[in-house]
Design a protein around this ligand. Structure first.
Ligand code: 6PG
Length: 467
């Protein structure tokens, strides 16, 4: 038996150390190292008593030499320039057939470029999206893997062992070559942004429109989490809304400044969707809400100059529940449409049912609905559209009236609900066989001689204004 490690983990920050401990907990021998080498000894102590061995290395050379060839090395470091610098440093130390995994939230364009660079040297580059935060990484994340089949064959046993399980099925899979895994993770985050914002919008309407207390909304969400809306995000929102700030005695939510950051993945989802001629209005609504949230001072000025008048709303909790369900289906549907466009654009064999399956546990967007979504994809979706699958049509028929009532009440009362409204606008547009583009085409032809298609004849035509 060789005493070399089965895998290496570089980067002992929150996610890297949790993944390394998870691997050791599952009996794997793991070589570890970190840029700040003084972290290593303390980390190794944390792993005492786990069934696999953690071996610390102070230099990159020792670390690489301590891993069985062909080597699989997971890098948990910032995905931009630091990853490029690391690739340059580590490449001369590797041997043909070795694999570098980038487990960060990387821009998939970089992953594609890096895959091509490593392939020239007969090395593998794997872009692996990891979801579930620190706790997920330690006890079972969902992982979206892109790269060569060869590198996956070596990573699979370790990844399957450490992944979250849904009824025994590991929430990890090889989704396609090069950037496929990082792209799927990006879209996961786009859906995450939409779902988070929709829940926040429901909270805002109940709190400020209907006068509920934060704790009561928390309790309501906890009830929702026991039913069809069951999901990690509803669960944690329900739980945290019931917490009190020890310093002031106020609900914790009230002492948090309403200004949210974003690292970029939600925005990338929208950017990539638009680049592929797609749109994802619910996700866009959520990205917009985050961007506007950052402009706190401007909003305060707006409230002073324009006024922050809002009406009281007569809302039922059942309507809010159903509205969230409808909007959630449409948010997921928009995410899957972006995946479909990317599969065509980049020639990726994405399996949408499988993607829904590996999102059923471990990741931030895990929800009961994903099990129905994977079934819907397995049974076939008309026009490739999730929202046209019979089971989703049935759910939408039951819940859209509530989404409509909630949006009408919100807009009528002066509340902005960009994600809920974005979902409804998409739904209504996509069920109307004749839209607004006849007028757009007419305008384009008038001012730019662009031409249009006729409903009753082939070819390009112009309006009588050009005769
Ligand atoms: C996950 C999360 C995680 C992180 C994102 C989003 O799936 O575990 O998506 O990756 O929370 O980076 O962060 P921002 O909200 O800062 O964009």
């Amino acid at each position: 038996m060789s005493n070399l490690a089965q895998i290496g983990v570089y980067g002992l920050g929150t996610m890297g150390s949790a993944l390394a401990l998870n691997m050791a907990d599952n009996g794997f021998d793991v070589a570890v190292t970190n840029r700040e080498t003084d972290w290593i000894d303390d980390f190794i102590k944390e792993g005492d008593g786990l069934s696999g061995t953690l071996t610390g290395h102070k230099t990159l050379e020792d670390f690489i030499a301590g891993i069985q060839a062909p080597r699989t090395i997971l890098f948990m470091i910032p995905s931009g320039a630091p990853m490029d610098a690391m690739i340059e440093t580590v490449m001369p130390l590797l041997s043909k057939g070795d694999t570098i995994i980038d487990g960060g939230n990387a821009d998939f364009h970089l992953t594609r470029r890096r895959s091509a660079l490593l392939a020239e040297k007969d090395l593998h580059f794997v872009g692996m999206g990891v979801s579930g935060g620190e706790n997920g990484a330690r006890h079972g994340p969902s992982m979206m893997v892109g790269g060569t089949a060869d590198s996956w064959s070596r990573l699979k046993p370790i990844a399957s062992a450490i992944a979250a399980k849904f009824e025994g099925d590991p929430c990890v899979d090889h989704l396609g070559p090069d950037g496929a895994g990082h792209f799927v993770k990006t879209v996961h985050n786009g859906i995450e942004y939409a779902d988070m914002e929709m829940i926040a919008e429901a909270y805002k309407l109940l709190r400020y429109g209907a006068g509920w207390s934060a704790a009561d909304i928390g309790k309501l969400m906890t009830e929702w989490d026991a039913g069809a809306l069951k999901s990690y995000l509803v669960e944690i929102t329900g739980k945290t809304l019931q917490e009190t700030d020890p310093k002031t005695g106020k609900p914790v939510v009230d002492i948090i400044l309403d200004r949210a950051g974003q690292k970029g993945t939600g925005r990338w989802t929208v950017i990539e969707a638009i680049k592929m001629g797609q749109s994802a209005s619910a996700i866009e609504g959520a990205v917009a809400a985050r961007a506007w949230s950052a402009e706190k001072a401007t909003r305060v000025a707006g409230a002073k100059i324009i006024g922050d008048d809002r009406e009281q709303l007569d809302l039922s909790a059942t309507d809010l529940h159903d509205a969230l369900m409808a909007a959630r289906i449409l948010g997921y549907a928009q995410g899957f449409r972006i995946l479909t466009a990317a599969a065509a654009e980049f020639d990726w064999p994405l399996d949408y049912a499988r993607i829904a399956e590996i999102w059923r546990a471990g990741c931030i967007i895990r929800s009961a609905l994903l099990d129905d979504i994977s079934d819907a994809f397995r049974q076939g979706t008309p026009e490739g559209q999730l929202y046209l699958a019979p089971s989703m049509v049935e759910k939408l028929n039951d819940t859209i009236p509530a989404l409509r009532r909630v949006c009408i009440a919100a807009i009528g009362g002066g509340y902005s609900v960009p994600a809920l409204f974005g979902a409804l606008a998409f739904y209504d547009t996509m069920r109307q066989s004749r839209g607004t583009a006849d007028v757009i085409q007419m305008q384009r032809d008038y001012f730019g001689h662009h031409g249009f298609e006729r409903v009753d004849a082939e070819g390009a035509h112009h309006g009588p204004w050009w005769d």
